[in-house]
Ligand binder design. Structure first.
Ligand code: ZN
Length: 219
């Protein structure tokens, strides 16, 4: 649960939406993000709107069923993917924010079914860790939520969604968004490196040193 005033949280939600749009992580009305406000209350982006032009009054408060009984000041309805967010919040009580998008480089891995390799880049090791891929299901269905939840472990913070996109989650919205940036940047680097030759894997000693460093970054 957050103690930040709702007005500030709404502004942060709009700012993250702008960054997602500016980075080209979503096209049209794609993508959605949310914050846990408290027991059985979540703030989420509305359906049918570009993430680049949200105002605080566009954001929607929903309950744990995603019923959207609390519409936004502008009468917007919640994102159709709210089920994914709620499944993550339910599975991981420590999660306070969820960001879902279709960042192109990460989605390239998601549509080819190529697992994200580990032990290559420090940023990915430190801030993402192991990134599982959830099986495909038709967007907006409960099956998407169930498939994403099924691959989430206690340390997971990023999931690739097969033939769809990616979802990142964290103890705060800014950090969840940063994971999305780090994910797409890592995938971009891997794709850029591919014509040059195979990526060099870190040694067990180098990986162990990163794991020790990672302890210092735990919230
Ligand atoms: Zn999506």
């Amino acid at each position: 649960m957050t103690h930040t005033p709702l007005r500030i949280i709404k502004e942060q939600m709009c700012e993250v939406g702008r960054r997602i749009w500016q980075r080209g992580f979503c096209a049209g009305n794609e993508g959605n993000h949310s914050v846990r406000l408290g027991p059985d209350r979540f703030l989420c982006t509305p359906t049918g709107m570009s993430k680049g032009f949200l105002t605080p009054d566009d954001l929607v408060v929903v309950d744990g069923n995603g019923a959207g009984v609390f519409f936004s000041a502008k009468g917007r309805k919640p994102t159709s993917e709210i089920k994914v967010h709620l499944a993550i919040y339910e599975k991981r009580p420590d999660v306070q924010a969820v960001v879902h998008s279709h960042p192109p480089h990460a989605t390239a891995f998601a549509i080819t079914g190529v697992p994200l390799p580990g032990g290559i880049h420090p940023e990915s090791e430190l801030f993402l860790g192991e990134v599982p891929t959830a099986p495909y299901a038709t967007p907006s269905t409960q099956a998407v939520a169930e498939n994403v939840a099924s691959v989430i472990g206690p340390q997971t913070n990023t999931v690739l969604m097969a033939n769809h996109g990616a979802v990142c989650f964290s103890h705060e919205l800014e950090d969840a968004y940063h994971k999305l940036e780090i994910l797409d940047n890592y995938c971009r680097i891997l794709l850029l490196a591919r014509p040059l030759g195979p990526a060099q894997t870190l040694t067990p000693e180098q990986t162990q040193a990163l794991q020790q460093l990672k302890q210092q970054f735990q919230p």
